[in-house]
Design a protein around this ligand. Structure first.
Ligand SMILES: Nc1ncnc2c1ncn2[C@@H]1O[C@H](COP(=O)(O)OP(=O)(O)OP(=O)(O)O)[C@@H](O)[C@H]1O
Ligand SMILES: [Mg+2]
Length: 461
């Protein structure tokens, strides 16, 4: 047993000395010759057990122990009495104020045994409390993780409307209607900003899985091992830091939909794991031997040409066959210009609401300018353009102006604008610490376009 701090209280020096002798081999023993002195020591020391005489001049043992409870109810309280003090004692015992009483004179061995048992109880109690606290902390954390997960997962689940009247989009809608009611794996292909994420959300939220979770995971943003444990979960001890078992997104999304964005970025090892889960719904958590089964609908998205990725040896052909069950291609905005006015209006309404700025709409000229542009960032870029136009608008109609993309402006205007854009790119590069993907996303253009512009600017400098 570990050493504990004991406090012995008695007005007789002899008794203090003899008890100290009995216990100081195994424990740290503090002594006090009155209740007041004992209370002082209790304030300073972390006492596990107190032994007090009942009969003392100012404060009786029972009175002292009542105060000890106030200080710390966990301290084991033992009282020493003669046979004559029964009335006060019985009351104290009945009220739970003392743990045990020892009658004088005592047997040394018996006394040691009593103290030993009492301290064992004390240790158990402390351990229980510690465990209880730990359990509460774990529960708290789980609760937080759960709500975090749920809000993270469902925060955007009010999917925005999908706008489009062009034959190309009509065809997309037809395809979507074919998959909404079932659980077929869907592959969404298209340039950045064409609406892949939006469409995935729609497919989930209108189908039979709509009351279960829709979870999104980008396969291009995490290193392989992190993505693996994110998707498949892990067993406690699988790696340093895996202090407890954890579910992966496949399990969290069980019964619902898992949207795997930028699927082409998955590493070969994870492609194999994904292939298996697509084949028979089985997978293993990292570090676990046990196979688990889930029922998850997979929607994958890519802005790369997967057959090309296969040719280059970066994507598994067998996995491609598995996810290409139902491909839907979202055409770039420049190939469906008839949707531009519609989308521009829709975005304008949305942004007006968000920014609390109101205008009537676009002038003929500005609408024409919008339709003439080629939108490397597709609908996302259009959205950003409209937002900028709204912020910069002065009249009650939006006129062509500095919000238009650089390539659409006559040259006099252009150099000034290029400077502005250059400054903006620099600012974003700094903000995102050189991460081109994030900068491109903020600007609503593709990485290639961003790269091209940066090159142009470098030659201007
Ligand atoms: N047809 C559409 N109607 C209305 N809004 C759209 C449409 N297509 C896209 N959007 C909007 O454009 C923005 C970009 O769409 P989304 O994020 O779905 O594109 P994405 O193809 O997933 O892009 P990325 O490849 O960069 O992830 C979103 O705000 C989305 O709501
Ligand atoms: Mg997306």
């Amino acid at each position: 047993m570990k050493r504990h701090n004991l406090l012995i209280v008695d007005d007789e020096k002899e008794i203090l000395r003899s008890l100290k002798l009995t216990f100081s081999e195994d424990h740290e023993v503090f002594t006090a010759s009155s209740g007041t002195e004992a209370l002082e020591i209790l304030q300073q020391q972390d006492i596990a057990l107190i032994i007090t005489d009942q009969r003392m001049p100012q404060m009786t043992g029972v009175e002292l122990l009542k105060q000890v409870i106030q200080i710390n109810p966990q301290i084991i309280r033992i009282i020493l009495t003669g046979y004559t003090d029964t009335a006060a004692l019985i009351e104290a015992i009945n009220q739970g104020h003392i743990y045990q009483y020892i009658t004088k004179p005592w047997e040394r061995q018996d006394f040691r045994l009593v103290i030993r048992r009492a301290l064992e109880t004390y240790e158990l109690e402390i351990e229980n409390r510690r465990l209880l606290k730990e359990l509460q902390a774990v529960n708290e954390r789980l609760k937080i993780e759960n709500t975090f997960l749920r809000t993270e997962i469902n925060k955007d689940l009010q999917c925005a409307e999908i706008v489009g009247r062009s034959p190309a989009m009509q065809q997309v809608f037809q395809l979507v209607n074919r998959v909404i009611g079932n659980s077929a794996t869907v592959l969404l292909a298209g340039e950045t900003g064409t609406g892949k994420t939006l469409l995935a959300c729609h497919i989930h939220s209108q189908g039979p899985r709509k009351d279960r979770l829709f979870i999104e995971q980008n396969c291009g943003t995490l290193p392989e091992t992190l993505l693996e444990s994110e998707l498949f979960g892990y067993k406690r001890g699988a790696f340093t830091g895996a202090v407890q078992d954890r579910k992966g997104l496949f399990e969290v999304a069980d019964g619902g939909t898992l949207f795997l964005d930028e699927i082409s970025e998955m590493s070969p090892m994870l492609q194999v794991k994904l292939l298996q889960i697509l084949q028979d719904g089985r997978f293993r958590r990292v570090g676990d031997n046990e196979y688990r089964q889930v029922d998850v609908r997979i929607i994958a998205a890519t802005n790369k040409n997967l057959p090309v990725e296969i040719q280059q040896g970066r994507f598994r052909q067998d996995l491609y066959y598995r996810i290409n069950v139902f491909p839907i291609y979202l055409p770039p905005l420049r190939e469906r210009t008839e949707d531009i006015p519609l989308l521009a209006d829709y975005c304008l309404k949305k942004k007006q609401h968000k920014l609390r700025i109101s205008v009537h709409g676009f002038s003929e000229k500005s609408l024409q300018a919008l339709c003439d542009y080629d939108y490397p960032g597709n609908v996302r870029e259009l959205e950003n353009l409209v937002e900028r136009a709204l912020i910069l608008s002065t009249g009650d109609q939006i006129e062509p102006g500095e919000w238009l993309p650089v390539s659409m402006i006559d040259t006099g205007h252009r150099s000034r604008l290029e400077k502005m854009e250059q400054a903006e790119i620099r600012r974003l590069l700094e903000l995102h610490q050189g991460n081109l993907s994030l900068v491109a996303k903020d600007l609503g253009i593709s990485r290639t376009t961003l790269w091209r512009r940066m090159k142009d600017y470098r030659s201007l400098d």
